[in-house]
Design a protein around this ligand. Structure first.
Ligand SMILES: *Cc1c(COP(=O)(O)O)cnc(C)c1O
Length: 378
């Protein structure tokens, strides 16, 4: 008997990747950072590879090394390193590493010498996001340093890449300006005799809406989990995560009953309250107090009062809800992670990612990426 669970449909991840793969001539990098956006990094990676992804993307070296330690041999790119992180371990494990400036490239060179093999570098150009990467002014110096490191046998330049500001807004003109800046950066690189195999800039939104941004590789995160990065469009994606719990207790209360901490909700009639054993300690945002939608018995109810650490309460009216009934916070049907995002003023990414590393057991459905007999689950 389960009390609360996060179910992950691995076949949905595989099929979403296969759909993206079929929509582009570029290779697909499945982004599995942040514990696979809450879906589990390793099972998500395997399901994505089964769907035709040929690369995996993560933010940190630690994440990349965890993939390698668990037997993933596909190319893995890690793109966010503070000075002093053990890049040597990444080079030794054959992890591709981003270099966003001359100093960082120097760290890759040091790591390569220590590991006694060339570092696989992706040079990052900042085309306007003003997050990581070399500005247009810094770009020639980074290219000079990369050309020298390549000549010394310390670095192989595998990629040149950048990241979009507003690809989720199909009308944003900054996207065109960034594509022009990326083209300029590639031209400057050519003049430095740097023509890497992989040029990449597209996230999920650009993959789904800007074929002219695909280049050689697309870095898709949210879309592989079946959620749309562009409001109001579904693109035929299938959400992979369902968060649900069993009703722990029900009770009849009179009109005017205050509910949960602070009595931020009062019943307006005699009604049945249902106690749902999921709270902010599990990933339910506390901002969902009085607004988060939950389906129980076919009806979508709104959380009554404050979200607690371990539980929430639903006001179910005269519905015949009983202990043990299944209450679904979000899944492939309504309510969805998008409904939750709209209710609390965030994005679907945050809703699912909050359930990563959660107290709630993750249960995997489907066969995608599970090797015969390896019994990988949970
Ligand atoms: C997270 C991330 C992605 C994936 O973005 P989605 O919008 O989830 O597709 C791609 N590239 C970089 C650099 C990222 O940080």
């Amino acid at each position: 008997m389960w009390q609360a669970e996060v179910r992950i449909d691995l076949d949905a991840i595989r099929d979403n990747v296969a759909m993206l793969r079929a929509s582009t001539r570029a290779e697909v990098m499945a982004v599995v950072k942040a514990d696979g956006y809450g879906h589990g990094m390793l099972p998500s990676a395997r399901a994505a590879l089964a769907g035709g992804a040929t690369w995996l993307g993560v933010a940190t070296l630690t994440e990349a090394l965890a993939l390698r330690a668990q037997g993933i041999t596909a190319p893995v790119l890690a793109w966010l390193h503070a000075p002093g992180v053990p890049l040597r371990d990444g080079v030794a494990a054959g992890v591709d590493l981003s270099a966003g400036g001359v100093a960082q490239l120097g760290e890759l060179v040091e790591a390569a010498r220590s590991a006694q093999r060339p570092a696989r570098a992706h040079l990052k150009l900042d085309t306007g996001l003003a997050r990581g990467g070399a500005t247009a002014d810094e770009w020639p110096a980074l290219l000079d340093a990369a050309a020298k490191a390549r000549a010394d046998g310390d670095v192989e330049v595998v990629g040149i890449w950048s990241h979009f500001v507003s690809a989720d807004d199909p009308g944003a003109e900054i996207t065109d300006r960034q594509l022009a800046a990326f083209a300029d950066g590639l031209a400057v690189a050519e003049r430095h005799d740097i023509r890497p195999r992989y040029r990449h800039i597209a996230n999920s939104a650009a993959t789904l809406s800007r074929p002219d941004a695909h280049f050689d590789l697309v870095r898709t995160g949210i879309a592989i989990y079946g959620l749309s990065p562009i409001e109001g469009r579904r693109f035929g994606l299938r959400p992979a995560m369902t968060a649900r719990a069993r009703v722990a207790q029900t009770k009849r209360v009179p009109a005017g009953q205050g509910v949960s901490y602070g009595h931020a909700y009062h019943t307006d009639r005699e009604t049945t309250l249902a106690l749902i054993p999921l709270g902010y300690g599990d990933g339910v945002p506390r901002h969902a107090s009085n607004v988060g939608p939950v389906e129980v018995g076919g009806a979508v109810r709104t959380i009554a009062g404050r979200v607690c650490m371990d539980q929430v309460v639903l006001d179910c009216g005269d519905d015949p809800v009983t202990p043990g009934d299944v209450a679904t916070l979000f899944g492939a049907e309504r309510p969805t992670a998008d409904d939750w995002a709209a209710a609390i003023g965030t994005i679907n990414y945050e809703i699912v990612t909050r359930f990563g590393g959660s107290r709630v057991p993750r249960v995997y459905d489907g066969s995608a990426g599970r090797g015969a007999g390896d019994g990988e689950a949970g």
